[in-house]
Design a protein around this ligand. Structure first.
Ligand SMILES: *Cc1c(COP(=O)(O)O)cnc(C)c1O
Length: 418
């Protein structure tokens, strides 16, 4: 049976449950810092390389602060995400605003903060100009359509709502130039949770070739290309992580082949990953509260899909460790379920696990990105606390659990008072 390592043991978790009732999320600061360093080391050859952490993956100021300390910027796509960055002290061109179907006030706020505006459509050129004038720097999101394969989560590029077509891209840059924009960027994001490292190198090739073509056809000199996010993580124990050094050196080789000979050096390379940075370093801790045997065998836990959507939404696999039973035979086949009145509220289906008893603590792995953030309150379920395991071994609460008052905060009960 495959094991996934944990940065904590059962004793620590039992101790924590005395202060913080399950379910809760816990993040591993050391893991996050090391991963951010690994990525920047892989691109150390590139002057000005920056990872803009995708805020939507883990929108917690303490996590953003840690990543900011590691040199990361932030990739935002909404007003609250922009304000989150502002309040953590992430400002100016440390913010990439990659939104789509963007409301006017969000562009205004992003521009106020000095963020890099990454436009999702050609019509947004005029939209932005009317709102904030002609920015000094603008970027476009490119959708290669049938020229590129996508993958399962994000879908095929020609079916995806994002970005400009190839023709629009050239038309768009020509317009920007006529309007007096001085600095240009180019972005794409074509996959999500992709484990094939070569895919990211091919994305770099696509953008480098466009950089060359833009220089030739329009005499536009790009300042950066943004390869997007989407680096996958090994959710299943038998999967292999993406070798970031391999990606970095593959992109470096293409830079040498395409960008330098065209006289386009220096060109900055950016990424905007979420999942690979925090995903493996977050854990959902939950307790078994029931077992049930009908046509199948079930273990009921105190977390539900309101705490973690991915299994219900994508059928995603999340590894589960039963604390203290790591070495026990995994000889019972169960569905691990939450309490939502939805039959897809299952963390695992037909999973071989050790025999689980009431009170056992289950750790659901790889939830550090797109985990807590996707939480919701359907069925009157409240979002859990988030804890941070510091590098010195101490634990801090970085978001409290929601309370009934939070749930009722947007409702007006005054007509019903006696
Ligand atoms: C979600 C998203 C990301 C981050 O994706 P990951 O799979 O978490 O790396 C980056 N850029 C954009 C535009 C996104 O929508």
């Amino acid at each position: 049976m495959a094991l996934k390592p944990l940065p904590f043991d059962e004793a620590l978790i039992r101790e924590l449950t005395r202060t913080y009732p399950t379910p809760f999320y816990i993040y591993d600061e050391r893991g996050i810092r090391n991963r951010a360093r690994e990525l920047s080391a892989a691109f150390a050859w590139c002057d000005g390389f920056r990872e803009f952490f995708a805020v939507k993956a883990t929108p917690n100021p303490h996590i953003l602060h840690i990543l900011h300390e590691e040199g990361c910027g932030a990739d935002c796509s909404s007003l609250p995400e922009l304000v989150l960055c502002e309040r953590v002290g992430i400002r100016g061109e440390e913010i990439m605003f990659t939104s789509n179907d963007t409301p006017a006030r969000e562009y205004v706020k992003a521009h106020q903060l000095g963020a890099i505006l990454n436009l999702d459509d050609i019509t947004h050129i005029d939209f932005v100009e009317e709102l904030v004038g002609v920015p000094d720097l603008l970027s476009f999101r490119y959708n290669p359509g049938p020229l590129r394969e996508g993958n399962r989560i994000i879908g095929r590029p020609e079916e995806a709502k994002y970005g400009l077509t190839r023709e629009q891209l050239f038309e768009g840059y020509a317009r920007l130039k006529r309007m007096g924009v001085q600095r240009f960027g180019l972005h794409t994001m074509v996959v999500s949770n992709e484990l094939n490292a070569d895919f990211f190198i091919e994305t770099a090739r696509m953008l480098f070739e466009l950089a060359v073509e833009l220089a030739e056809r329009l005499e536009i000199r790009l300042e950066f290309v943004n390869l997007g996010g989407g680096i996958g993580i090994p959710y299943r124990p038998e999967e292999k992580p993406v070798d970031l050094r391999y990606v970095g050196s593959g992109v470096e080789r293409l830079y040498g082949e395409l960008i330098r000979p065209a006289g386009l050096h220096p060109l900055k390379v950016f990424m905007e990953n979420g999942r690979v940075i925090t995903g493996p370093f977050g854990y959902l801790v939950t307790q078994a509260i029931h077992e049930k045997h009908i046509y199948k065998d079930y273990v009921g836990v105190d977390a539900c899909m309101a705490n973690l959507m991915r299994p219900g939404m994508y059928g995603a696999y999340h590894h589960i460790t039963v604390l203290g039973k790591e070495d026990a035979p995994h000889d019972t086949k169960v569905d691990v379920v939450g309490s939502l009145c939805e039959n897809n509220d299952k963390f695992a289906v037909d999973r071989w696990l050790p025999k689980i008893e009431r009170g056992d603590i289950l750790v659901i792995h790889d939830v550090g990105a797109h985990g807590h953030a996707m939480g919701f309150q359907y069925n009157g379920k409240l979002r859990s606390a988030e804890l941070l395991l510091r590098e010195d071994g101490t634990v801090e609460q970085i978001r409290r659990a929601e309370t009934l008052d939070d749930y009722f905060a947007t409702l007006d009960f005054s007509p019903f008072q006696p």
